[in-house]
Design a protein around this ligand. Structure first.
Ligand SMILES: NC(=O)c1ccc[n+]([C@@H]2O[C@H](COP(=O)([O-])OP(=O)(O)OC[C@H]3O[C@@H](n4cnc5c(N)ncnc54)[C@H](O)[C@@H]3O)[C@@H](O)[C@H]2O)c1
Length: 263
């Protein structure tokens, strides 16, 4: 069981939606401090102000960062350590919704988590953790497991995030650095990110496929996902993949291919 109390967390895309819910959940769960990384400064400073008013001065900091920019991302880790001295938990959550520019999409939604995972795993968490172990949570999506006809490139980026997590989440790596890497796949969740228009899609057929997919679904609150994240950080095994959907507690997905090729 990983003990979250007194730990330091870093969350990308923590200014709204699921990321903002995770930030608040972390402080409620007893983390000592959190760094919120996102591109929009105004929103970020407001979120941090609200959190510090609720949980105490200095608990949260905002670092303006584009996760597609490796130097900015690296600098954000450095700043986090400057302020809090430690780093224990990293959540790669940021997502961009400008679906027509798929190069940007992949840069944020897949390259971003790869950069965040490698920086945290190979350098910052092993050097600066508070205790004996660290955790990286990569936010994927059920689209990464089952596909998404409305946004194939989104599904591709999210499938990549799962295999990134399963591969670096191999115990060969864990035994070296003692950092668990876990993927969490939310289902349809009520966030500003899902308020999309046709402009966010590759074209009308894609947007229609998205609308058909979600028309009978009721989005779960983002707090269902944030609670699941804390739960999985505590009890999830290294390399595991979890689904959190339909407003239910998270459950682990057993990908049978594990057994066939033994990774
Ligand atoms: N909402 C859903 O239905 C749903 C379902 C499955 C998975 N997810 C996943 O959950 C995560 C959060 O989704 P959401 O719906 O809360 O998103 P959202 O669009 O509401 O919020 C995205 C956050 O990412 C930040 N961001 C965007 N580009 C960035 C960049 N280049 N660098 C740093 N930060 C950047 C934004 O500022 C914002 O804080 C994503 O990984 C998403 O794929 C969401």
């Amino acid at each position: 069981m990983f003990d979250v109390s007194g730990k330091i967390g870093l969350i990308t895309g923590g200014t709204q939606g699921i990321g903002a819910a995770i930030a608040k959940e972390f402080l409620q769960a007893g983390l000592r401090g959190i760094a919120i990384l996102a591109r929009t400064e105004g929103k970020g400073l407001q979120v941090v102000k609200d959190l510090n008013e609720e949980f105490g001065d200095g608990k949260a900091i905002f670092i303006q960062t584009d996760v597609a920019d490796k130097k900015q991302f690296d600098d954000a880790f450095k700043r986090t350590i400057e302020v809090f001295k430690n780093i224990d938990i990293v959540v790669n959550n940021a997502v961009v919704d400008s679906g027509r520019n798929w190069e940007k999409y992949i840069a944020v939604n897949l390259t971003g988590p790869i950069t965040g995972t490698f920086l945290a795993f190979e350098n910052y968490i092993p050097k600066y953790r508070t205790g004996q172990e660290g955790v990286i949570i990569n936010i994927s999506s059920v689209a990464g497991l089952y596909g998404n006809a409305g946004a194939p490139h989104y599904a591709a980026s999210k499938a990549g995030v799962i295999e990134l997590s399963r591969s670096i989440g191999n115990d060969i790596h864990y035994n070296r650095v003692k950092v668990k890497v876990i993927a969490i796949c939310p289902g349809y969740t009520d966030t500003p990110g899902v308020l999309v228009t046709e402009e966010n899609y590759l074209g009308a057929p894609y947007f229609k496929a998205y609308q058909d997919r979600v028309k009978d679904l009721r989005p779960q609150p983002s707090t269902t996902v944030s609670k699941a994240v804390v739960d999985v950080i505590k009890k999830g095994r290294n390399g595991s993949v979890w689904i959190v959907m339909d407003n239910q507690p998270p459950y682990e997905v057993r990908l049978e291919i594990n057994k066939v090729i033994n990774m």
